[in-house]
Design a protein around this ligand. Structure first.
Ligand SMILES: [Zn+2]
Length: 567
C-alpha cells in the first residue's frame, strides 16, 4: 500500500530476498518514492507559486489556509500522476534525477530573476549559447545546488526499489493513480471558488508550478519544433514586386535596419530620460518615435513577431513561426537582403537568406570569450556602400544591453556613469550600480548607431540610405523587485514592453521616397508598435504586395507619390 513514509519491507513470497538493508539504505516501492518526491517538489520548489496564488488573500483568514492546503494537495497529486505515467522500477531513478536537477536550476533562476517557466522561457534556455550561460551562472548557485540537487540525489541513490510480483505491482499502481486522481478532484472541489478566480485572473501562475512547468513547456517546445522540422516555412507575399519608383531611382538605395537588444524606452535619452544616454544621436537629424510597444518581452517572441505581417494585434505564435516573414517578401521583390548577427541568431526570420555573424568576421580587438562588441556590426559597411547597386536591406542584430552582465557590453571608455555593477551576478550590486552599468551600455549603443549613420552619411552623394533602429523588448532594473525580462506578456510591466525607435534618412532617401520628415516628426509621438515594422519597410522601400496594409505603415501619411509628382 502506498504511503508517505518509507517502510522496511519484507520480501514478497516467491521472490529472492533482497539484501538486508545497510545502515543508510531505504527499501521503498516506486509509488512510495513518487509520493515523497511529489511532496518534496511541492514544498521545496513552489514558493513563488504559493506567493502568487495567495496574493490578495488575507493570511489571517482560515479560508486562505484551506485554499493553500487544497492547492498543495492538488500540486502533489498532479506531480505524482505526471511521474507515475513514466516511472517504473527501472526508469524511476533516472527520471527523478533529471527532474531534481532541472527543478534545482529552475527554482534558482525563478527566485533570482522572477521568471516564469513557460514555453518561450524553455526555448530561451535551450538556445542559450555557452557565453550566455557563463554570464548567468554564479557562485551563489553552488550552495543552492548542494541543498536542492546533490542532497536529494544522494538520498535517491540510497533507495533500494522493492520488487513486487507483476500483478500486485499493477494493482498497487492502479490504486495509487486512483487515489491521486481522487485527491486532485477533491482539492479542486474543496476550494473551487478561489481556484476558479485564480485561473481566471492569473492564469500565468501555472508557469510557476515546478517542475510541472518545465516538463509541460519542454513538451510544448519539442512538439512545436518537430512540427516545423518536418514542414518548411509557409511562403508569404508571393506577389511581391518592385514598386514604380524603382525605375526612377538614379542611385543605389541601402536601408540599414538595426534590431536592438533589451533597450527600454524609459532610459533612452532622446525620450527625455533624466540622463543623457544618447548624446551622439541627439546631435543628428533623426525622427525619434517616443511611444513604441514591443511584440514580446523576450527575443524568442519579439524577433519573429516584428518581421511578421500580423504580430501582436492578432498574436498566433504557430502561424508566425511557421511562416516566412518580411525579409523573404523583400527578397522576392528583388531587395538584396543580408542579416548580420551579433547575438543568438535570427530565430528563423533570415532562413535561407544571406547571413553572417560578427564573430565569423574576426574583427581584431572586438571579441573575447565568445562575445563581440557591437561596433563589429559596421565592419565592411564602407566597402559595401562603395560597391552598392540596386536596393539593399542590411539587418544588424545587436548584442545591445543583453543582461545581466551589462558591464561586458561596452568598452571601458564608455564607463561614464559610476560606480557601475561589474559582477555577472546582479545580487552583488546595488540598484544604482546596476542602472549605471545599464546606462553605460546605452551610451555605447548610442555610439554604435551614430557611427553607422556617419558611415551612411559619408557616402550619401552616391547612395540613398536610411537607418531604422528599434529594440526587441525592454528590461526590468529592479522595479517591483523584478530584473531582466521575459515576464508573460499580459502581465509584463511597461519597462519590458516599451522600446526606443529612431529613423535617420539621407536627404536623397527622403527625396526618392517622397518622405516628408517634418510630417513624420510630428507623427512620431503617436503610439506605434512592432506590428508597424513589416508594413513600414514595405512602404519605405516601395515593395508592392497584397500583404501591405497602409494603416500599419507609420510613414504612409507622410509620403507623397513620387511617381505621380514626377510625371
Ligand atoms: Zn532580446
Amino acid at each position: 500500500m502506498a504511503g508517505v513514509s518509507f517502510e522496511w519491507s519484507t520480501p514478497p513470497r516467491g521472490l529472492p530476498a533482497p539484501e538486508a538493508p545497510s545502515r543508510f539504505t531505504f527499501n521503498a516501492s516506486v509509488e512510495q518514492v513518487l509520493v515523497v518526491a511529489s511532496v518534496f517538489f511541492v514544498l521545496a520548489a513552489n514558493r513563488p507559486f504559493f506567493a502568487a496564488a495567495m496574493h490578495g488573500h488575507d493570511p489571517a483568514d482560515p479560508a486562505t489556509w484551506g485554499f493553500v492546503l487544497a492547492l498543495a494537495t492538488l500540486l502533489t497529486s498532479a506531480h505524482f500522476l505526471m511521474m507515475a505515467l513514466v516511472a517504473n522500477r527501472w526508469t524511476l531513478k533516472p527520471v527523478l534525477a533529471v527532474l531534481i536537477v532541472a527543478t534545482a536550476l529552475a527554482t534558482y533562476f525563478m527566485a533570482r530573476y522572477s521568471v516564469y517557466f513557460d514555453a518561450t522561457m524553455v526555448r530561451n534556455v535551450l538556445r542559450t549559447d555557452p557565453s550566455e550561460a557563463r554570464e548567468l551562472l554564479s557562485l551563489t548557485l553552488l550552495p543552492h545546488l548542494l541543498l536542492y540537487a546533490v542532497l536529494p540525489l544522494v538520498l535517491l541513490a540510497r533507495v533500494r526499489i522493492v520488487n513486487r510480483p507483476l500483478l500486485r505491482a499493477g494493482l498497487v499502481r492502479a490504486l495509487a493513480l486512483l487515489l491521486a486522481v481522487a485527491a486532485a478532484v477533491a482539492s479542486v472541489l474543496a476550494a473551487s471558488q478561489p481556484f476558479a478566480s485564480l485561473m481566471r485572473n492569473h492564469r500565468e501562475v501555472r508557469y510557476l508550478i515546478t517542475p510541472g512547468n518545465v516538463v509541460w513547456s519542454l513538451g510544448a517546445v519539442l512538439a512545436s519544433d518537430s512540427r516545423h522540422a518536418v514542414r518548411p516555412l509557409q511562403p508569404i507575399g508571393l506577389d511581391a514586386r518592385p514598386g514604380p519608383s524603382w525605375a526612377q531611382r538614379s542611385k543605389p538605395m541601402v536601408m540599414v535596419l538595426v534590431v536592438g537588444e533589451t533597450v527600454r524606452a524609459a532610459n533612452w535619452g532622446l525620450n527625455g530620460y533624466a540622463r543623457q544616454t544618447t548624446p551622439e544621436l541627439a546631435r543628428l537629424p533623426l525622427v525619434n518615435f517616443s511611444d513604441v510597444v514591443s511584440c514580446g518581452t523576450n527575443t524568442e517572441v519579439s524577433l519573429p513577431c516584428m518581421f511578421a505581417p500580423v504580430g501582436r494585434r492578432d498574436y498566433d505564435e504557430r502561424r508566425i513561426r511557421g511562416s516566412q516573414g518580411l525579409l523573404h517578401v523583400l527578397a522576392r521583390a528583388g531587395v538584396a537582403v543580408q542579416w548580420r548577427d551579433n547575438q543568438s541568431g535570427c530565430k528563423g526570420v533570415c532562413d535561407g537568406l544571406p547571413n553572417d555573424s560578427v564573430q565569423s568576421l574576426d574583427v581584431p580587438g572586438l571579441c573575447s570569450d565568445g562575445r563581440c562588441l557591437d561596433e563589429g556590426l559596421g565592419h565592411g559597411l564602407d566597402q559595401r556602400l562603395a560597391q552598392a547597386r540596386g536596393t539593399q536591406l542590411l539587418v544588424l542584430h545587436m548584442l545591445g544591453n543583453h543582461g545581466p552582465a551589462y558591464f561586458r557590453r561596452y568598452p571601458s571608455t564608455f564607463a561614464r556613469f559610476t560606480p557601475a555593477c561589474e559582477n555577472d551576478d546582479l545580487q552583488h550590486c546595488s540598484r544604482e550600480q546596476i542602472v549605471n552599468a545599464y546606462d553605460n551600455a546605452l551610451l555605447y549603443t548610442d555610439h554604435v548607431l551614430a557611427s553607422l549613420i556617419r558611415q551612411l552619411g559619408a557616402q550619401a552623394d552616391r547612395v540613398d540610405s536610411a537607418l531604422l533602429y528599434v529594440s526587441d523588448h525592454g528590461e526590468s532594473l529592479g522595479e517591483n523587485r523584478l530584473f531582466l525580462h521575459g515576464i508573460p506578456y499580459p502581465i509584463a510591466p511597461s519597462v519590458q514592453t516599451r522600446v526606443p525607435m529612431v529613423l535617420w534618412t539621407s536627404p536623397g532617401f527622403a527625396q526618392t521616397t517622397g518622405l516628408d520628415l517634418a510630417c513624420l516628426r510630428q507623427r512620431a509621438g503617436v503610439s506605434v508598435s512592432h506590428d508597424h515594422l513589416f508594413h513600414s519597410l514595405l512602404g519605405l522601400l516601395d515593395v508592392q504586395t497584397q500583404l501591405y496594409d497602409p494603416q500599419w505603415d507609420f510613414s504612409a501619411t507622410c509620403r507623397h507619390d513620387v511617381v505621380g509628382s514626377a510625371r
